[in-house]
Design a protein around this ligand. Structure first.
Ligand SMILES: Nc1ncnc2c1ncn2[C@@H]1O[C@H](COP(=O)(O)OP(=O)(O)OP(=O)(O)O)[C@@H](O)[C@H]1O
Ligand SMILES: [Mg+2]
Length: 141
């Protein structure tokens, strides 16, 4: 444990933006805590849920269109670039309200509940928002 906390302290001082190392050491330190048991989740869950919740590719794309609709967009385009290969890309571009960094990190990329349940109608066009389950991230997967 001392060795791990030393490594964590060193990374925090010398390599503050090495987030994967910081996460690795913090998680390892938490495993030494025998008095408390924490929930953990493996990144593989995203893969599994993606396949189970959104089995068809057409459904996955329609989830992305629904997100643009919910964001009051009137135009959306999806550009697939080598998307069948590792490192491929999917560019989603629409003229809706968009996301700032915080909304992207804590809204789209975080597995949690959706604020569309509290805000069921869109701001500009008063559209009844389709999103409810937070499966858009899995659709992308
Ligand atoms: N094209 C977009 N424009 C603006 N915000 C978006 C867009 N796509 C996603 N978001 C934001 O990311 C959040 C998460 O999207 P996600 O599709 O995972 O869940 P949801 O739309 O809330 O519910 P559902 O899973 O039923 O679609 C949305 O609630 C919205 O705030
Ligand atoms: Mg959605």
């Amino acid at each position: 444990m001392k060795k791990t906390s030393g490594k964590l302290a060193k990374t925090l001082t010398e390599d503050l933006t090495n987030y994967s190392k910081i996460l690795e050491y913090s998680s390892k330190l938490a495993s030494f805590d025998n008095d408390n048991i924490r929930f953990t989740v493996d990144a593989g869950v995203i893969d599994r849920l993606g396949n189970e919740l959104v089995a068809r590719q057409e459904t996955a794309v329609s989830e992305l269109v629904k997100n643009s609709y919910d964001a009051d967009a009137v135009e959306v385009s999806h550009t697939f670039i080598n998307s069948a290969d590792i490192g491929g890309r999917l560019i989603v571009s629409d003229n809706g309200e968009g996301m700032n960094r915080d909304q992207l990190v804590n809204g789209f990329m975080r597995i949690s509940s959706t604020d569309k349940i509290q805000n069921p109608y869109s701001e500009i066009f008063n559209r009844k928002r389709a999103g409810q389950k937070r499966i858009g991230l899995f659709a992308v997967q």
